[in-house]
Design a protein around this ligand. Structure first.
Ligand code: GLU
Length: 292
């Protein structure tokens, strides 16, 4: 094809614990999609929430990916090294009246019905400290997912002026993820279905920033029970670094893909998995229960 944009995908784990089967799905799914599109696969460590981080988790994630043959392109991007850039962007958003300070408490927001009504953004004398909210002019309520089709979210949720910097000074995931997807020129985001709803907020931010948004592809989530995804918070077991072969085939099955022959070298297994990757076989469901 002439003039086609080269594919750039990514895996963006938060270092709140070691990789478990649920995060392997996102890592392997995004890797196979990128490589089958002959694209790049970038790695970004989303370490902007120190209270939720586990010491040593970042380097453990990197060495697990290596052991699984999931080699990334370029150097790893650490969000903790981009705080000045996030702040600069926030300053611009404040100056251009696309963001404002908010001092409402959780209790006050609850009294508004749970969804923030934008009152601090209408003050004649705006606050000068507090959390910072985006003025959500676009309120994107639907987007197209590459495997699920059109996704529509609750209109109140979509229209809310959401937080981009918390009152404790931490930058919000929504802001950092969008700025970094722009910075890394990501053409398609492949991740778990727990991030389906927030995608609308991210779409709104891309619009405020006047940047094209990437394509979206949300993989099913591995759940231990209905509505409860495997996560570092519920202590999902770390995947075995010494025997990646079995986990790779289990993850392929989960993603609806044919298994590959179990080779001593994981790189050979992945090569076969890339060659036979078939997006149309990835389940559209948002959750799949794991049978123990
Ligand atoms: N850092 C997020 C997580 O570990 C994923 C962010 C994303 O893929 O957009 O859940």
């Amino acid at each position: 094809m002439v003039n086609s944009t080269p594919y750039i995908g990514r895996f963006a784990p938060s270092p709140s614990g070691p990789l478990h089967f649920g995060s392997l799905i996102a890592a392997l799914g995004s890797f196979l999609r990128a490589r089958s599109m002959k694209g790049q696969w970038l790695l970004r460590i989303e370490d902007i929430d120190p209270p939720r981080e586990i010491v040593g988790a970042s380097s453990q994630i990197l060495s697990t990916l290596e052991a699984y043959g999931l080699h990334w392109d370029n150097s790893v991007l650490y969000q903790s090294q981009r705080l000045e850039i996030y702040q600069r962007q926030i300053n611009q958003l404040l100056t251009s009246d696309n963001a404002y300070y908010c001092q409402c408490t959780r209790k006050e927001i609850k009294a508004m019905g749970g969804s923030y009504d934008g009152r601090c953004g209408r003050l004649a004398q705006p606050h000068k400290v507090g959390a910072i909210r985006i003025r959500n002019r676009y309120g994107v309520a639907k987007f197209r997912d590459q495997i699920k089709g059109i996704i529509e979210v609750d209109s109140q949720f979509a229209a809310e002026d959401f937080i981009i910097k918390r009152s404790d000074g931490l930058y919000a995931y929504q802001l950092a993820v969008v700025l970094d997807d722009i910075h890394q020129q990501i053409t398609e985001v492949v991740r778990g279905s727990d991030l389906l709803e927030p995608t609308c907020r991210q779409e709104s931010l891309f619009k405020v920033l006047k940047q094209p948004s990437p394509d979206w592809l949300h993989l099913p989530l591995a759940c231990a029970e209905k509505g409860r995804k495997l996560s570092k918070q519920n202590h999902a077991a770390a995947i075995d670094v010494l025997k990646p072969q079995a986990s790779i085939n289990a993850a392929l099955r989960f993603l609806g893909q044919a298994e590959v022959s179990t080779e001593a070298q994981v790189s050979k297994m992945l090569e076969q998995a890339i060659n036979q990757f078939d997006l149309s076989k990835v389940p559209r469901r948002s959750e799949i229960l794991l049978v123990p």
